[in-house]
Design a protein around this ligand. Structure first.
Ligand SMILES: *[C@@H]1O[C@H](CO)[C@@H](O)[C@H](O)[C@H]1NC(C)=O
Ligand SMILES: *[C@@H]1O[C@H](CO)[C@@H](O)[C@H](O)[C@H]1NC(C)=O
Ligand SMILES: *[C@@H]1O[C@H](CO)[C@@H](O)[C@H](O)[C@H]1NC(C)=O
Ligand SMILES: *[C@@H]1O[C@H](CO)[C@@H](O)[C@H](O)[C@H]1NC(C)=O
Ligand SMILES: *[C@@H]1O[C@H](CO)[C@@H](O)[C@H](O)[C@H]1NC(C)=O
Ligand SMILES: *[C@@H]1O[C@H](CO)[C@@H](O)[C@H](O)[C@H]1NC(C)=O
Length: 564
C-alpha cells in the first residue's frame, strides 16, 4: 500500500488527462509508457523513514484535518468535499482513493487526531522521530518503528518531496522537449508539456523550417516563417519582414538552468487549508503538465502578463524590437545541476546557418551544492563544475549563431532562506524550522545544506557555492569562443532584496512560501529589471538597437498573433 499512496489523486490526474486531452501519436510508445508508469508506482521509497511517501501523506492529511476543523466537518465529509474540488479527470480517481483508504484514514483520525500519527499508523511513515508537527505530542506508538539513518553504502535518498513530480513528467518527456511537435522543430502548438509555455509557439507545426528565431531571408513574404506576426509586402513588393526586421539586430532569449530558471512555484492556496475552496484545484492539470513551473512568468522568458508582477528579459528585448516577438526558449529543468545541463543544453533549438543570434542566460543557482545526498561529499567540486561548464560551452559554440552572448548567473547564497524564514509559520501551520527538519529526517530535503538548523552546515554550503561561482570569471579570462562572448553576474537576490526592503517590503515576501526555497513571482519581477539594467550599463550593444519601425509594426500587426 505504501507504494500506492503518493499523493496519488494529484499524480494520476496527469496520467488520465494525458490520454484524453493530448492527441499525440503514441503508436508503439504507448506500451512503453504504460510500463514506465507501473514501474513508477511500484518504485521503492525515496529517502528513509518513509521518505517521499511519508512527506506526501503527512502534507495531504494535515490539510484534510485542518480543513475539517475550519469547516466543522467530519474527516469523511471533508475527504468527499475535497475530492469534489478536483477537475473531473482527477475527481473520480480521488473518490476511488477515498473508497480504498478512507475507512482507515477516518478510523485513525478518530484515534489519534493528527496527520503525523495517522501516517505512522498507516505504516507510511516509519520513524517515530520524523514528525512535521513536533509541537503536537505523538500518541502513536509502534515498537517496530525505528529511526533509519542515512546509509552511505545503500543510499535511498530523494532530492525533494516534489521529486516524484519530475520523475512522473520524465515518463512523458524525458528529453524535455515538446510532446506534441509534428515537424520536430522543438516548437509546439500546445501550451503544456514543454510547448509554448516554454518555447515560442510554432506557427506551422508541419514545416520544420518554420519556427521562432529563423531568419526569413528571401522566402515567400506572405508566409510568416518565424512566427513573429510580421508578414506581407508593401505596394513596392518589399516584404515587411525585410523592411522592418532584416537589419534590426533582432535576437532571441534563451535560459538554460534549474527550477529557479523555470520558475517552480506551488500555488500557495493548494496547501493553505483556510483558502481551499471549490476553485482551488481547477487548474491543476495544466499546472502539472507544465511541471509546476511557470516559465511564462519567469524573469527570463516570461510573457504572460495576465497576472501582476510579470517582467522578463524577453519582454524587455521585445519592447526594444518587436521583431523579437515569440523568440524565447526556456530550457529550465527542476533539479538540474551543471552535470545534468550537459545533456539538457542539447534541447536548444538554434541553427548557426539559418537563425538569429541569442542572448543566453546560464543559471544554476543551487543544485550543485544541494544534491540529494545530505552530506558535503556529494557537492560538486570546483574541478567538476569547471569541467561541466566547459562542456556546456563547447556544445553551445557548435549551435549558437555567431554574435550570440552568454550571461552566467552565479550560485545563490541560500543562507537567506534560513535567516528570513526559520521561525515564521509555514502555510501548513507549523514553523519552517519544523518543515526543514521533517524533510531532513526523511532525507528528502531539496537542499539539506541550506535548509538546516546547523549554522556550520549552512556556512559550508554557501562557501562552496561562492567557490563555484568564481569558476565563471576564470572561464571568461581563460577561454574565447567563436560564436559568443560572455559576462558573469552574481545571482541578484541581495540586490532585489535591497530594492524591496527600501520600498517597505520584507525579505520573506520574495521566497516561495510552500517550498521555502525558490525565488517567487515578485522576486522574478525584480530580477528582470536588475539584469536588464546591468546589461544596459555593461553591454548595451548586447541588447540590440531600438527598432525605429516599432510603432509601424504595432499599427499594422497589433499583438502580432499573441502567444497562444
Ligand atoms: C460543529 O458541528 C456539530 C454538529 O455537526 C455541532 O454540534 C457543533 O456545534 C458545531 N460547532 C461549531 C463551532 O460550529
Ligand atoms: C504606396 O504606399 C504608400 C504608403 O504606404 C503611399 O504613400 C503611396 O501612395 C503608395 N503608392 C502607390 C503607388 O499606391
Ligand atoms: C476561493 O478562494 C479564492 C482565494 O483563495 C477566492 O479568490 C475565490 O473567490 C474563492 N471562490 C469561491 C467560489 O469561494
Ligand atoms: C525570528 O527570529 C529573528 C532572528 O532570526 C528575530 O529577529 C525575530 O524577532 C523572530 N521572529 C519571531 C516571530 O519570533
Ligand atoms: C553542525 O555540523 C557540523 C559539521 O557537520 C558538525 O561538526 C557539528 O557537530 C554540528 N553541530 C551541531 C550542533 O549539530
Ligand atoms: C585558467 O587559467 C589559469 C592559468 O593558466 C589556471 O590556473 C586555471 O585553472 C584556469 N581556470 C579555468 C577555469 O580554466
Amino acid at each position: 500500500m505504501k507504494s500506492v499512496f503518493v499523493l496519488l489523486f494529484i499524480v494520476l490526474s496527469v496520467l488520465i488527462n494525458f490520454s484524453t486531452a493530448v492527441n499525440i501519436p503514441v503508436n508503439g510508445k504507448s506500451l512503453e509508457i504504460k510500463n514506465k508508469i507501473e514501474d513508477f508506482l511500484s518504485k521503492d521509497l525515496q529517502g528513509v523513514n518513509g521518505g517521499t511517501h511519508c512527506a506526501g501523506c503527512t502534507i495531504v492529511l494535515s490539510l484534510v484535518s485542518q480543513y475539517s476543523g475550519i469547516h466543522n466537518k467530519s474527516i469523511e465529509d471533508s475527504l468527499d468535499e475535497l475530492c469534489s474540488f478536483f477537475p473531473d479527470e482527477a475527481g473520480s480517481l480521488c473518490t476511488w482513493l477515498v473508497n480504498t483508504y478512507g475507512e482507515q484514514i477516518i478510523k485513525y483520525f478518530d484515534q489519534y487526531q493528527n496527520a503525523d500519527d495517522v501516517c505512522h499508523a498507516m505504516n507510511i511513515c516509519t520513524s517515530p522521530t520524523c514528525r512535521l508537527f513536533t509541537s503536537a505530542p505523538s500518541k502513536f506508538h509502534n515498537p517496530d518503528h525505528v529511526h533509519e539513518e542515512y546509509n552511505k553504502e545503500n543510499p535511498k535518498v530523494g532530492t525533494s518531496p516534489w521529486a516524484w513530480i519530475q520523475e512522473l513528467i520524465n515518463i512523458f518527456s524525458e528529453e524535455h522537449l515538446p510532446i506534441q511537435d509534428f515537424d520536430g522543430d522543438k516548437h509546439s502548438l500546445e501550451a503544456t508539456f514543454r510547448g509554448y509555455n516554454w518555447r515560442g509557439k510554432d506557427c506551422n507545426d508541419l514545416d520544420k523550417s518554420s519556427y521562432p528565431g529563423v531568419i526569413e531571408g528571401t522566402s515567400d513574404p506572405s508566409v510568416d516563417l518565424n512566427c513573429n506576426g510580421i508578414f506581407g509586402s508593401n505596394n513596392q513588393s518589399q516584404s515587411y519582414e525585410e523592411l522592418f526586421c532584416a537589419n534590426s539586430g533582432a535576437m532571441g532569449i534563451i535560459v538554460s538552468g534549474d527550477s529557479a530558471g523555470a520558475h517552480f512555484s506551488i500555488p500557495p492556496q493548494w496547501m493553505t487549508a483556510k483558502d481551499i475552496n471549490s476553485t482551488t484545484y481547477k487548474g491543476i492539470v495544466d499546472i502539472l503538465e507544465t511541471e509546476i513551473d511557470w516559465p511564462m512568468r519567469s524573469c527570463y522568458t516570461g510573457w504572460d502578463t495576465s497576472v501582476p508582477f510579470v517582467d522578463s528579459m524577453y519582454l524587455r528585448m521585445r519592447e526594444r524590437n518587436l521583431c523579437n516577438h515569440r523568440d524565447y526558449q526556456n530550457l529550465g529543468v527542476n533539479g538540474a545541476s551543471s552535470s545534468g545541463t550537459k545533456e539538457i543544453i542539447q534541447t536548444i533549438n538554434r541553427n548557426q546557418e539559418t537563425d538569429k543570434p541569442v542572448l543566453l542566460f546560464l543559471e544554476l543557482i543551487g543544485n550543485d551544492v544541494c544534491s540529494g545526498h545530505h552530506d558535503f561529499d556529494s557537492m560538486a567540486t570546483v574541478d567538476e563544475f569547471t569541467a561541466n561548464i566547459l562542456d556546456i560551452l563547447s556544445y553551445l559554440d557548435t549551435t549558437l549563431p555567431k554574435g550570440s552572448h552568454i550571461v552566467f548567473v552565479g550560485l545563490a547564497d541560500g543562507r537567506v532562506l534560513w535567516d528570513s524564514l526559520w521561525n515564521r509559520t509555514h502555510p501548513l501551520g507549523c514553523e519552517y524550522e519544523e518543515v526543514y527538519d521533517f524533510l531532513n529526517c526523511l532525507q528528502v530535503s531539496p537542499c539539506w545544506g541550506w535548509m538546516n538548523p546547523n549554522e556550520t552546515v549552512r556556512d559550508y554550503t554557501s562557501n562552496r557555492a561562492a567557490q563555484l561561482s568564481l569558476v565563471y570569471n576564470q572561464i571568461i579570462k581563460n577561454n574565447t569562443y567563436n560564436n559568443f562572448d560572455m559576462i558573469y553576474y552574481d545571482f541578484p537576490f541581495a540586490t532585489i532584496n535591497q530594492i524591496w526592503v527600501a520600498q517597505g517590503g520584507q525579505t520573506y515576501d520574495l521566497i516561495e512560501p510552500i517550498d521555502g526555497f525558490h525565488p517567487n513571482q515578485i522576486a522574478n519581477y525584480l530580477m528582470a529589471g536588475v539584469f536588464y539594467n546591468q546589461l544596459t550599463q555593461d553591454k548595451p550593444e548586447w541588447l540590440g538597437e531600438i527598432n525605429p519601425f516599432n510603432s509601424q509594426i504595432q499599427a499594422m500587426f497589433g499583438n502580432q498573433g499573441g502567444y497562444s
